[in-house]
Write a protein that binds this ligand. Structure first.
Ligand code: ASP
Length: 426
């Protein structure tokens, strides 16, 4: 019984929680639970446990991003480094997303996704107008930092934190004093991440249990080709592409990297939210991957906001699948257009469950596919969302590791270390 709460077994316990959730959820589903009528266990108990767990991690997102980024920026020995880190990080984020979607579309074309599939267009989906570039850029600048924090507008919070960090760097003694306080506060909030993770096995059990109870697998059978293609592309990108990129650009051990990332991936899978996973990814980057705070505090939150390779993969396969099923020829220029729009759409996708599908409307709109078709793949989206979120957060960590290594802001010792006791972290 004690082992259930022993932090040394946390990863194992999360896995057990996940498996138990899967089994209980499937049983409930077989006993007749549906999304409309989930019953007490899935609809009340699991829902309650899952909500409380996810909300308690979400509450850490804004304070943690703000504090760690202020500390990270203020402790840079040279503020000019920031520009170089920024350019490098953005280049990797956009580059990996473009590779992801190209793989997805390549596989979908190769396997003739959607050929012979009968489309039944009845549900309605509306498109969000994409704002112009000027509006997007203007909106990164917060008018009121408190409003930005209250709304959870991450890009605005990131910019505010960087500016304050730079000012602290330049302010001499007062800057040093504020930095010491921010450092202490940051350590306290990080500690809270560790404390809350103790509840992860139970939270994960509830989240997975609820999903499996109301999902049902019959939809997967009907959309098997689409489902397994997206899954295969996600796994290929998540393990092979990232493995190659990590090896080529950092020379680090790929196996070690994935061992150190296990818990973050499991957590992203269960919550289907990059945002809720952000505190853990940030903590893990520093204490398990050896990424120094000066880099991780910037690259990880930025990635959680704009880097969504898994989402782009789903969008790539979905576009080919639907266009082929409808007999619409997109042609090379159409495909290039999809690569561009899906890359941008994944930048604009918020890290919460299911948003990728909403942003797919933007891609469909761009290439003239009917938005109602999105309803067709809705039924299998939740499970794919779980996997693509795990890919999304892994991408953030891969790029952060590469950037940290190239800047010399990386600790090989932490990267190589067997896990420190969980309660001693932070
Ligand atoms: N759930 C995904 C995430 O949080 C976004 C999506 O593709 O829907 O990363």
């Amino acid at each position: 019984m004690n082992a259930l709460f022993d932090p040394r077994y946390l990863t194992r316990n999360i896995l057990i929680g996940m498996a138990l959730g899967g089994v209980i959820g499937t049983v409930l589903n077989q006993m007749g639970a549906t999304a409309e009528n989930p019953g007490f266990i899935a609809g009340e108990l699991f829902q309650f446990m899952g909500d409380v767990f996810v909300r308690s991690l979400q509450l850490l997102v804004v304070p943690l991003v703000l504090l760690s980024l202020i500390v990270g920026t203020a402790s840079l020995d040279d503020v000019r480094k920031l520009g170089r880190i920024g350019v490098k990080t953005l280049a990797f984020y956009v580059g990996t997303t473009a590779v992801a979607i190209s793989i997805a579309m390549g596989m979908a074309v190769l396997f003739r996704a959607g050929a012979g599939f009968q489309l039944n267009l009845e549900s309605s989906f509306s498109v969000q107008d994409s704002p112009g570039l000027r509006t997007v850029l203007t909106n990164i600048f917060p008018k009121n930092p408190f409003a930005a924090m209250a709304e959870g507008n991450m890009l605005q919070v990131i910019l505010f934190a960087i500016l304050i960090g730079i000012a602290m760097c330049l302010a001499g003694k007062p800057g040093q004093r504020v930095l010491a306080i921010a450092q202490d506060l940051n350590d306290v909030v990080m500690k809270l991440v560790v404390v809350l993770m103790m509840a992860a096995p139970f939270g994960v059990l509830a989240l997975v249990g609820k999903t499996f109870a109301v999902q049902g697998f019959s939809t997967i059978a009907a959309l098997g080709q689409y489902f397994f293609l997206v899954l295969a592309a996600l796994l290929l990108h998540g393990f092979v592409t990232y493995g190659i990129i990590l090896k080529v650009f950092s020379g680090l051990s790929v196996k070690r990297f994935f061992t150190q990332m296990r818990r973050v991936q499991l957590f992203a899978f269960s919550t289907a939210s990059s945002n809720a996973t952000l505190p853990l990814n940030l903590e893990n980057a520093e204490h398990n991957l050896g990424i120094k705070r000066s880099i991780g505090s910037f690259t990880i939150p930025l990635g959680a906001t704009i880097n969504m390779d898994g989402t782009a993969i789903m969008q790539g396969v979905a576009t080919v699948f639907i266009s082929t099923a409808l007999g619409v020829e997109l042609g090379v220029s159409g495909y290039l257009m999809v690569i561009m729009t899906a890359t941008l759409a994944s930048v604009g996708t918020a890290g919460v469950p299911g948003v990728g599908l909403i942003m797919l409307a933007m891609v469909f709109n761009q290439v003239g596919l009917p938005l109602e078709a999105i309803g067709v793949i809705l039924g299998v989206d939740r499970l794919l969302d779980m996997v693509r979120t795990a890919v999304n957060v892994t991408g953030d960590a891969v790029v952060s590791t590469i950037v940290a290594k190239s800047e010399g802001e990386f600790s090989q010792e932490i990267f190589d270390a067997e896990e420190p006791r969980w309660e001693e972290r932070a």
